[in-house]
Design a protein around this ligand. Sequence first.
Ligand SMILES: Nc1ncnc2c1ncn2[C@@H]1O[C@H](COP(=O)(O)OP(=O)(O)OP(=O)(O)O)[C@@H](O)[C@H]1O
Ligand SMILES: [Mg+2]
Length: 729
Amino acid sequence: MKLMFDLPKQDEAALPAEALGEKRMYCLPYNYENNKYAEGYMLFTDKHIYKLLEGKLLETYTYSEMSDFSVESLYGCSAFYAKVNGVSTMLCRINSGRNLPRYSVMVKACELLAKGDSDTVLKSDEPERFCPKCGRPFVVHTKICPFCQNKKEIYKKLWGMTRGLRFMMMAPLITTAIAVVIRFIVPFFQAIAIDDYIIPKNQQYGAFIAVIFAIVSFDLVHRTLNVIQSRISAISGNKFTLLLRSLLFEKIQMLSMSSIQEKSTGDLMGRINNDVSVVQNFITNLLPSYVSYILSFVVALCLMIWLNPLMCMFIFIPLPFAILFIVKFRKTMNRRNIRAWVLGMRTNHHLQDILNGIRIVKSYGNEDAAVNTFQTNTANQAKQDCSNAKLFDTVFPIMGFVIRLGSYAILMYGNYLMFVDPMTVGLVNQCNTYCNMIYEPIMQITTIPRSISEFTTSLSKVLEILEENPDVSDIDSPKYVKLSGDISLRNVTFGYNSYDPVLEHVTFDIKAGEMIGIVGHSGCGKTTLVNLIMRMYDTTEGQILVDGTDIREIAQNSLRTQMGVVLQETLLFSGSIRDNIRYAAPHATNEQVIEAAKLANAHDFIMSLPEGYNTVVGEKGYSLSGGERQRIAIARALIHNPKILILDEATAALDTETEKLIQDAINHLTEGRTTIAIAHRLSTLRNADKILVIDHGKLKEYGTHRELLDMKGIYYKLVMAQQRLAQEK
Ligand SMILES: Nc1ncnc2c1ncn2[C@@H]1O[C@H](COP(=O)(O)OP(=O)(O)OP(=O)(O)O)[C@@H](O)[C@H]1O
Ligand SMILES: [Mg+2]
């Protein structure tokens, strides 16, 4: 998020002279003053905070007099607080959605500035949630503003993506064009039929039938072309969709953990399924009809000018009204349509969230709140739809009537010409048909902006993923190595947000084949540490070496296929237990699967299931208990036979008895490989060669169980506390 806004000129002029010599660190807007909406700015220099509002300097704060910076959520807004000379003071009030994350960074920033550190300039990694141009919220989970997006740019990118499919994608448009031209031939023959045969009661049946035959044939050709166009459209649209979906899915697999975590499952699924379908619908259905509208308009207009230029003038009588109306009404129409659609999307997102977390909703008895929010969302959507319908259903028929006035005028003038005789009935009929063909596209103008907005937004959502640069990516020619299992961390610092390190200056070495335990309080960074070793994230500073090679030089695939993990949360894929166990080694035989399950102490419970190894476990393996799932995960790791094994609370979900069994399993598991085990229950780490104690992101103690006990530090205290607990039980 942006932390340096431009200060408006009037506020700039209001700054005191001393401010000009100070180093500007951050400049942020605030939104309320004296309980009213305001457009003020807080300028943070290296010495002071200046609070400005519309050309006035309201306050000047000096860091040396300040402490205890904080942000708090109030009712409907948030506030930035600090103690000024020991008194808690509200510095400014802000809009939570727009500015709270910015001021959260300011808490840390001001603490640094108050300490006199003006060299560190913090950045916010949090993405912007509002459009900087129009201030409206972005489409949920994206950086896309449907109101302000650069459509030209999107079309250009679309064009780039259609390489190889262009001929197929252009073919329906060409067919449409031919079909439109042929459609115009039919009224021409109709005119001949009326003028040469029907009105004069001409009895040359042969010729008359030939004319009728021509009408039917051209109509048939026109319709056949439409069928061909639909078919080619469907084929090319499906090809393009397949391409988009595969590209998307491939890309999502390549994305780093941090970018995946920013997006919800529902959102990603929505992009792969719904957004791609919107793009497909546009390309296969809407685009050919728009081409047909535009061509019909142009061809009909040309023909009218050719047939009777004066009569053609009548078409233009209502056009100024129509154009004026479109110019005046277009913005309202666009805004209303897009708003209705954004509200619909919001409802969908909420629905996805709730359905994903339905167990939590139910277990906290939060159904009513969920229903209420859903109802509010749908009510808002319905209200907007209703209001749109009311307006559009009144305005468009009126507009339609005004436009039709042109065709009535043509009819009248045509009839007049007929009476005075230079024009035939057939010609009047022909002109009238062409005239309607001109008006038809104009009437469709109402739906086009919405469809285009929907299409460009969906396409942008797809492009956003496709164009994302993975934070963790392979170098140009990465190494494929066979690991023996030495791991070294050199001065590793890492934070999910760059201004807030979770791990700081961690250095240690693990030799191949060793078992290392990691302990520390919850949230101290244990899982983060193993994530770094697996290279789910890249370190902010420092290096991680495996067998002496920086892991950034090793192909991710090569690195991870030689690592096995049993995580805090075990995810089972939909499929049989057997498939889940051999997930990482798909060619494993039945015997190998059973052996792994036996070693993991999972065989007995699997055999007690009605279908044994063929039992299908559902999404997230709901039908199995936490301990059972974990044992399956251990079996999965065993069969994978990795060189480096990571156990993150692998025994957390087990009772003491099962834990003993699992402990045996783990002992099998750790033989001949480097193992990193995280555990809260310290008894499980007794066999570890070394134990790392992490406290607040720093490596505090490192040694064997005995050495750490003798040290009488954090580890000693933890062990004592757990022993006391066990005795009390
Ligand atoms: N994806 C993330 N984005 C931002 N912050 C995160 C993320 N994952 C973890 N954190 C934060 O990093 C810190 C360390 O988390 P971590 O999961 O490494 O703790 P842990 O030591 O494994 O805790 P536990 O014992 O409870 O599993 C926590 O404060 C957590 O809130
Ligand atoms: Mg953890």
